[in-house]
Design a protein around this ligand. Structure first.
Ligand SMILES: [Mn+2]
Length: 372
């Protein structure tokens, strides 16, 4: 018997959606100045979305709607969606809990409102003091001749950022040595609990706005997930992710789980962590990348497949599929291969290989679990 009316169709549609959760394959693009073009990104099989940001507005200012729409138009003209931002940076004064935090937080809310008007659904951010991801070299030569980002803990310990001995791309701001010193000094007076309090204050302000405009926030873990240069770092394992989501009970208060960031710590079981938070509906963004680590806090970024590194990437993807995760996923950093030059970690070729590998893992997991 075939019954066809609106209610039945809606039920069928919901049923199909519930048994066919599809992650959305996405790719980070650094805007019109990126040497990797949208024309090339769209040729990667399965590519659906672009993850980007507004790079010509000072950190802390509200993002104007017209700047967001300009990027959106370029992306949509290339047949892809623009619904994920990485990142709207959080001004250091917010992390430090300075009096000016109030105004910067208001600006942040304005950015979220403007982003929602442009159709943005996910906003990634991090709460790392001063330094974003940190490595000791950007061009380590792997045995196959490819170049990669690597971290040697002792080398980083010996560096003095105030003396300009550390300069990595990907950071939101360039500081003068004086500014760097005063920032690091300011954090010197801040405990981990202070930083947690400041994160809580920030989230209490912005999550209700994000919720009202239909945006899911996604905090990125600290990379590497331990303290460097004596600065507090708090987003580094399952317990800290648990604590973030407990600060405010809302799907808008969620996580960007990055296997390459948390995964350099042998204590972090990435498949278990991904499955756990996806099943709680707090996994809002998934960064998939492999790393090869040793027991002394040293690691290389490697090609995406499990065989190349320390992480079981299939177990991670299978855990996400099993939990019904259908949010954005992107290959994270890639190596430099085939003579490509460009933004460290963000060339086209190795990230494209990573993307197609992820497409294969997703297909395999969905078939194994019966959802495709
Ligand atoms: Mn990441």
């Amino acid at each position: 018997m075939v019954v066809c009316n609106h209610k039945v169709l809606i039920v069928i549609e919901l049923f199909e959606r519930s048994v066919k959760p599809q992650m959305k394959l996405s790719f980070r693009w650094y805007g019109p100045g990126d040497p990797v073009s949208l024309e090339h990104i769209r040729q990667i099989p399965g590519m659906k979305g672009i993850v980007s940001a507004i790079y010509d507005v000072p950190v802390g200012d509200a993002w104007p709607l017209q700047n967001i729409l300009r990027i959106k138009e370029m992306i949509e003209a290339n047949g892809m969606d623009f619904d994920v931002i990485e990142s709207v940076p959080v001004h250091e004064d917010i992390k430090l809990g300075r009096p000016t935090a109030k105004q910067y937080t208001e600006n942040y809310k304005q950015s979220l409102t403007n982003l929602s008007k442009a159709g943005i659904k996910t906003v990634c951010y991090n709460f790392m003091p001063v330094f974003d991801w940190t490595r000791s070299t950007l061009t380590k030569k792997l045995p196959d001749g490819s170049l990669t980002l690597a971290y040697v803990h002792q080398d980083v310990e010996k560096m003095d950022p105030v003396k300009g001995e550390l300069d990595l791309p990907g950071w939101a701001t360039d500081y003068t040595p004086e500014e760097m010193k005063s920032l690091i000094d300011a954090y010197g007076a801040l405990t981990e609990e202070d930083l947690w309090n400041n994160l809580g204050t920030f989230l209490k302000e912005i999550i209700p706005v994000a919720e009202a405009v239909g945006i899911r926030m996604a905090i990125h873990p600290d990379d590497p997930p331990w303290s460097i240069f004596g600065l507090p770092r708090i987003i580094r394992n399952k317990a800290s992710l648990e604590r973030v989501i407990s600060l405010i009970d809302s799907p808008s208060n969620g996580l960007a789980i990055c296997t390459g960031s948390l995964g350099v710590s042998p204590d972090n079981d990435m498949a278990e962590i991904v499955g756990h938070f996806a099943s709680l509906d707090r996994l809002n963004f998934l960064h998939a990348r492999n790393v090869k680590y040793d027991a002394d806090k040293n690691f290389d970024e490697v090609a995406h497949p499990s065989a190349n590194g320390s992480l079981d990437m299939y177990a991670v993807i299978k855990a996400a599929v099993a939990a019904g995760y259908n949010g954005p996923i992107r290959p994270d950093h890639g190596r430099m291969i085939w003579g490509e030059t460009g933004k460290p970690g963000y060339g086209l070729y190795d990230r494209a290989l990573g993307a197609t590998y992820l497409v294969g893992l997703i297909e395999a997991a969905e078939k194994e679990l019966g959802s495709r």
